[in-house]
Every structure is written in C-alpha cells, then in structure tokens.
Design a protein around this ligand. Structure first.
Ligand code: SF4
Ligand code: SF4
Length: 73
C-alpha cells in the first residue's frame, strides 16, 4: 500500500512576509515562529514549527495584513 504524504497545513509565501509577527502573537496554539534566515525583503519571515498542533483555525491567515498565509484542512 502506498503511503500518502501528509498534506501541508499552511502555505506561507515567505518572500512576501514583512515580519510584523502578528500571526505569531495571535496563533492560539503557539506553533509559529520567526525564522533566523532573511527573505527576499530582508526580514525574518514566519514559519510553522509544529504542524501536528496546528488546528487549521485560520486566525493567522485572517490576521496577516499582507495575505501571506493560506490554510489547508
Ligand atoms: S491555523 Fe491557527 S493554529 Fe494553525 S498556525 Fe494558524 S493560527 Fe496557529
Ligand atoms: S502576519 Fe503576515 S506579514 Fe506578519 S509575520 Fe505573519 S505572515 Fe508575515
């Protein structure tokens, strides 16, 4: 039986992220953090560090002022 790859829960357009950290501050599960690396805009971008505990609540996607995050169930 073929094992299906786990679908990613969030798609983050890292090079559009402006590093405001709204999503990090508002995630109810605290599963987001800022990267150490810089993106194309020269800022630390957000990344999902604990996909298992992301509930797909969409708070991050709704609150991102630059619409950088899409949530998949
Ligand atoms: S969908 Fe909800 S739980 Fe998942 S990273 Fe976004 S705010 Fe956090
Ligand atoms: S709210 Fe949007 S722009 Fe701000 S850190 Fe999160 S993904 Fe980046």
């Amino acid at each position: 039986m073929v094992e299906l790859k786990t679908l990613e829960k969030l798609r983050i357009e890292k090079d559009r992220c402006k590093g405001c950290e709204y999503c990090v501050a508002l995630c109810p599960k605290s599963v987001l953090e800022m990267s150490r690396e810089l993106n194309a805009r020269g800022v630390h971008y957000v990344r999902l560090i604990d996909p298992e505990n992301c509930t797909s609540c969409m708070v991050c996607a709704i609150m991102c002022p630059d619409v950088c995050i899409e949530v998949y169930k």
